[in-house]
Structures are given as structure tokens and as C-alpha cells.
Design a protein around this ligand. Structure first.
Ligand code: SF4
Length: 428
């Protein structure tokens, strides 16, 4: 029995009521969305979490990804990043550590925050094999199942699982080639293992067993995007679309046969004119499953400001119907993000999500209307209260304080708003 079973049986659960209240929706709307596979509420029996609805008709959600690497291992820094991401407004957090005692760090992160936490169990399986037997190609199927169970019991309640990389996908990848290689760690691990061992991906071949494990621990499946392009010129190629087809089929099976909640992951690096098409394609193929866009980055030359490059793609994808955005930080492609990068990434993606919501749901524009009026009235306290980053706005104004408290130092004595407000009444 899962929340999908309840939804299919017409039962409105407490979780559905909480999400409905958060979103300003009728609980029946949430129930119908979950029953149809268009909405998920990641859950876990292992810890108390802040419930977060993701999917059609709901606010666009933002995920922050953190985690140690083989080069940088700092437990306290990862916990601090997780807390900072939650404070900055992230809706979920993915803990993707691969360095040091990464399971121990994940446990500390899960204990430190109330957000849903996502993970990629495949990393653990391959790293376990590399430590035990000297190479990732020695991973066993049991390594995968054990990692999935172990991570579920830590309270990670949605998992990116690379179900869609099968031999057909790899044939397409090799035949078509890539300008920018393969940038997904999961894709790199699994494809290397499959080619070396001349075996099918166990996550695809034994998908039913995977579903049984996920169901037992109430984990939401996020079908991983292992063929994610790491270069604009590889976007929407044959391997990516082949994987999307497989992932869509797996997603449907998981929802229909196992009553699992499922998210489908998308790309990656996508030029702006292909973003909407990717969203529509994925939604159409997956029967409207919640869509999780990793970025997307709409150019490859923004290193150092890739959070901005991503915000452009993320706003476009959210406006087109994407439900869930993975942030990108200024450190993308350059280094492990630090706490400032994490905060900047979350706040930038929150703006992108809001911009997308302004198109998806016109009521989201009410905040912008209030801000317009506050600006007209030169009501600075109200403006700070309405903006997404009040501290930043206040600090910039205070750092160049005007002589005239009403205006700002941009126009000073010749503040257009003040001149008009004194001369005639435009208010509406
Ligand atoms: S001084 Fe110029 S920029 Fe500043 S509030 Fe007035 S019109 Fe706007």
C-alpha cells in the first residue's frame, strides 16, 4: 500500500491535505494528480519531513544538490550547505557525496534538515566495488540492491535511478557519437560496466525487483538521465531520446504495477530554442509525469556564471510545464560548490521558478503586482518584504544611501516616481 494506492482508491490522506493547503489547491486535486501519476509527494517512513508536492498545477520546485567528492571531504561543511540550502528556500535537497564516509555524511545531512532528500544509490554501488575489488566494473547486482535499501533506510526519500540506460541506448550513443562526451556520473559508471561485462543494465533488466525495494521503503523513483548531454551541440540527440523512451516506459510500469510515485529526469545542456520542445516531448511520452530538469544550461560558455545561464533555461522550461528544477551554482564545471555557491544557486533558481510560475499560473503574478505598487509608492519596507532576497536588496540600497529617503541614488533628486506622484495621481 502506497500513497498512490490510496489515491487510486479515492482516499485523501493527511499528506495530500498538507500539500493542498501549501499550494492553495483542493485536496481532491492533489489526490487525482497522484492517482494519475502527474503529482508526487516524496515520503519516507524513516524521518519527519516537510512535505513537498511536485507536479502539474503546483508551484515549480527547486532542488539543491550537495555532497563530498574524492578531493574534498568535510562533514560539517556539507551539513552547513544543507542547512543553508533549506534556509535559502530550496524545496528539496539531493545529497550526492562520493568522498570519505559519504553514507555517514548523508545521515548527518538527513538529521540536520527537514527537506526531502534525494540520492543516487548507483554511486555507492560502484564506489563500493572500486574499493573492494579495485575497479567499478566489478560491481555486482547485489551492490546495487544493497545500496538502494541502505540509502532508503537513511531517510533519503527520492532516488535518481538510471533505469533507462540499456543496450539499445548504448548502441545509439556509440553510433551517433558526442561532441561533449557523457557528463552524467551515473551514465558513465553504468555504461562502462555494461560494455566491460557485456551485460544488460540490472536496473533495467531487473526493474521489477527494483520497484519492489522502492515500494517497501516508500521511495519516490526519479528515472535518472544517464545520457544527459554535457554540451549544447549534443542536446536532444538519439541516445537522449532513446533513454527518455525507456525511462517513460519504466515510469509507467512503476506507477501502474507497483503504485510507486515517479519523477522523470530530463537534460542537461539544451539550447534555448529546444527547451520547450524537450518539456513537451517528455510530458507527452510519460503521460504527464512530474518532470525534473537538470538546469538546463542554455549555453556552454558561462563558466563562473552558470547559475545565470541555468536560470534562463530553467525559467523557460518551467514556463513550458517543467515541474522541478535542479539548481546550478556559480561553481558548475569548475569546483565543488561552497556554501556561498549553494546559497547563490538556490536563490537564482528560485527566481527562475517564479518566472516560470508567472506563465503557468497567472495568480503567481500577484506578488509582482504588489511590488509594482510598492515601487510606485516608494514604500521601501514593503519592497524588501516582497522580494526574493530582502537582505541583498536592503544591503545594496544601504551601501549607497540616498540623501532623500524616499528615492534612491540612481536618480536622486530627479526620481521619476516621486516627480509623478507629486504632480498627479496614476494609482490603480
Ligand atoms: S530614484 Fe530612480 S531608480 Fe530610484 S526609485 Fe526613483 S525612479 Fe526608481
Amino acid at each position: 500500500m502506497t500513497i498512490v494506492t490510496d489515491a487510486k482508491n479515492g482516499k485523501i490522506t493527511e499528506e495530500m491535505k498538507v500539500v493542498a493547503a501549501n499550494e492553495g489547491k483542493d485536496p481532491e486535486f492533489i489526490r487525482r494528480g497522484i492517482a494519475a501519476g502527474r503529482i508526487v509527494i516524496p515520503m519516507t517512513p524513516y524521518r519527519d519531513i516537510k512535505l513537498c508536492g511536485i507536479g502539474e498545477g503546483l508551484r515549480t520546485k527547486v532542488n539543491a544538490s550537495i555532497g563530498s567528492s574524492s578531493d574534498i571531504v568535510d562533514d560539517e561543511a556539507e551539513v552547513a550547505k544543507a542547512k543553508a540550502a533549506e534556509a535559502a528556500g530550496a524545496d528539496t535537497l539531493m545529497e550526492l557525496g562520493t568522498g570519505g564516509d559519504f553514507l555517514g555524511i548523508r545521515k548527518k545531512v538527513c538529521d540536520a534538515i527537514s527537506l526531502s532528500v534525494g540520492s543516487v544509490p548507483l554511486y555507492q554501488a560502484f564506489i563500493t566495488a572500486a574499493k573492494r575489488d579495485g575497479a567499478i566494473v566489478h560491481m555486482t547486482e547485489d551492490d546495487l540492491w544493497n545500496a538502494t535499501e541502505e540509502q532508503a533506510k537513511l531517510g533519503t526519500n527520492f532516488m535518481a535511478i538510471h533505469t533507462g540506460i540499456n543496450n539499445i541506448v548504448l548502441d545509439r550513443l556509440k553510433a551517433h557519437g558526442r561532441y561533449g562526451g557523457l557528463c552524467s556520473r551515473g551514465g558513465a559508471f553504468m555504461s562502462t560496466w555494461m560494455l566491460h561485462n557485456e551485460k544488460e543494465n540490472p536496473l533495467y533488466e531487473d526493474f521489477d525487483y527494483l520497484c519492489e525495494i522502492l515500494k517497501e521503503h516508500e521511495v519516490t523513483l526519479s528515472t535518472g538521465n544517464g545520457m544527459r548531454a554535457g554540451a549544447i551541440h549534443d542536446a536532444t540527440d538519439r541516445a537522449q531520446i532513446q533513454e527518455l523512451i525507456i525511462n517513460s516506459e519504466c515510469a509507467q510500469k512503476a506507477h501502474d504495477n507497483y503504485d510507486l510515485q515517479v519523477i522523470v529526469e530530463g537534460p542537461g545542456h539544451v539550447p534555448l530554442d529546444e527547451v520547450e520542445m524537450n518539456v513537451k516531448l517528455m510530458k507527452s511520452m510519460s503521460n504527464g509525469k512530474p518532470f525534473y530538469m537538470l538546469g538546463p544550461l542554455v549555453s556552454d560558455i558561462g563558466a563562473g556564471r552558470d547559475h545565470v545561464v541555468t536560470a534562463i533555461g530553467a525559467a523557460t522550461s518551467a514556463a513550458a510545464g517543467c515541474d522541478f528544477l535542479c539548481y546550478v551554482t556559480p561553481a558548475e564545471h569548475l569546483a565543488l560548490p561552497n556554501i556561498d555557491d549553494v546559497i547563490e544557486g538556490v536563490k537564482t533558481s528560485k527566481i527562475a521558478a517564479h518566472v516560470g510560475d508567472m506563465v503557468k499560473n497567472k495568480e503567481s503574478r500577484d506578488l509582482d503586482l504588489a511590488m509594482g505598487r510598492a515601487r510606485r509608492d516608494l514604500d521601501w519596507e514593503k519592497m524588501y518584504g516582497l522580494c526574493l532576497d530582502p537582505e541583498l536588496a536592503r544591503s545594496i540600497r544601504d551601501s549607497r544611501a540616498p540623501g532623500d529617503d524616499d528615492a534612491c541614488t540612481m536618480c536622486g533628486d530627479f526620481c521619476a516616481l516621486k516627480i509623478v506622484n507629486k504632480s498627479y495621481n496614476l494609482a490603480k
